[in-house]
Design a protein around this ligand. Sequence first.
Ligand code: PLP
Length: 400
Amino acid sequence: MPGFADRLGRVQVAATMQMTIRAREMRARGDDVLMLTVGEPDFPTPPHAIEAARQAGLRGETKYPPVDGLPVLKQAVQRKFTRDNGLDYALDEIMVANGGKQVIFDALMATLNKGDEVVIPAPYWSAYGLMTQLLGGVPVQVNCPQNNGFRLRPEDLAAAITPRTKWLILNFPNNPTGAACSRAEMQALGEVMLQHPDVWIMCDDMYEHLIFDGFEYVTMAAAEPRLRDRTLTLSGVSKTYAMTGWRIGFCGGPKNLIRAMSNMQGQATSGASSVSQAAAVAALDGPQELVAERAEVYRRRRDLVVDALNTVPGISCHRPEGAFYVYPNIAGCLGRSTAQGRVLTTDEDFSLALLEEQHVALVHGAAFGMSPYVRISYATDEATLTKACSRIGAFCEGLH
Ligand code: PLP
C-alpha cells in the first residue's frame, strides 16, 4: 500500500473537534445534548454582507482573485486598522487569507525551520501548537496562571525565550479563557520583546471586538510601536461579524513577511473566495453598531454563566474581559465519583462523564494546555445556557 508522510504523525485531531463529533453522534441517536463546545457565534451574518456577496456574484466578480486579496478588501482592512487599532499599514503590508487560521499557517510556514521554537502562552488555542509541530517547530508553553487573570507575566515570558525562539504568539481576548490584557500589560510584554530583536510576534486579535465593561484592548503594534516592524497583527470577520463560514481573515505586518506569507498561500490555496471578500468589505465598511450590540448580548451571557457556575460545589469560575468563553476551575470535583460511579481523576474524565450523564458537551482544559479546567463556549442562547448550568450543577451535586 502506498505510504503517508511522516508529518502526519505529528498532528492529532483537536479535542474541540473530538468532543463536538462525540456530541453529534449522541444527538443523532436521540439524546438531548447541549453543545457548549463550538467556537463560533450563534448570530447570523449581517444581511448587508450577504447582499454584497450576491451582488458581487451577479456583477461577475467570480474570477480568480489576487493571492494576497482584492484591492477593495485590502483598502477596507487598511481603514479598519486605522479606525479600530490606530495602525497605519500600507497596502503591501496587508494580506487577506482563507480565515484567520490560514494567516497563522502562512506565517509559520514562511518562517519556521526544523527545531525553531514558538512561545505559546497557555491556556492556548490548540491550533498554534499543532501547526508548529506539523511544520517541524517546537511549541514552548508558558503558563498564564488564574491568579494573574490568565494573563502572561513579563518575567515568565522572558524566561521562556531562548536563542532558538522564532515566534511569540499572543492572543487577547483569549481562546479559551476570555482574558484580555491592558495597554500597560501589553507594554510590559513589549519591553521584554525589545530585548529579543530576532523574534517575530504574532498578535491574534480575532476576538478584539468581543470585549466587555468598557475594557480597552490594545494590540502590540500599537502599544509598542518599536515592535511594529516584526509584529504580525491578525484579525478577521469570523467572530466579529459572525462570518465563520465565509473564511476571510486578514493581517497587517512588515512587507517582507507579508510577501513571504503570500508566496506560501499562493502554493496552497491562492486567493480567498472572491464573493466572500465582497461580503467582508461590506461588513468592515458597513454599520458597526451591530458589533457593540452583540458584544452586550455576550456580556449578559457571560454573567449568566459565571454567576450560575459560581454557585456549583467544586467549581470556581473567573469572570473574563472578553471573547465568548469561560474557563472554570474544576479542581474541587476531582478525586470524587459521579452518580453513575465514574471516578473523576482529570478534567477529561469530568467532561466525558458530564457528556454521558448530563448530556452537556464542553472541552477539557488539557486540550488547551492548562488543567484542571474546562472551556465553556457561551455563544448560544440564554435558555440553553441556563439549562446547561443547571445540568452541570446537578452533575456536581451528585458527586460523592
Ligand atoms: N484565532 C483564534 C484565537 C481562534 O479561536 C480562531 C477560531 O476559532 C481563529 C484564530 C481562526 O479564525 P478563522 O475562523 O477566521 O480561521
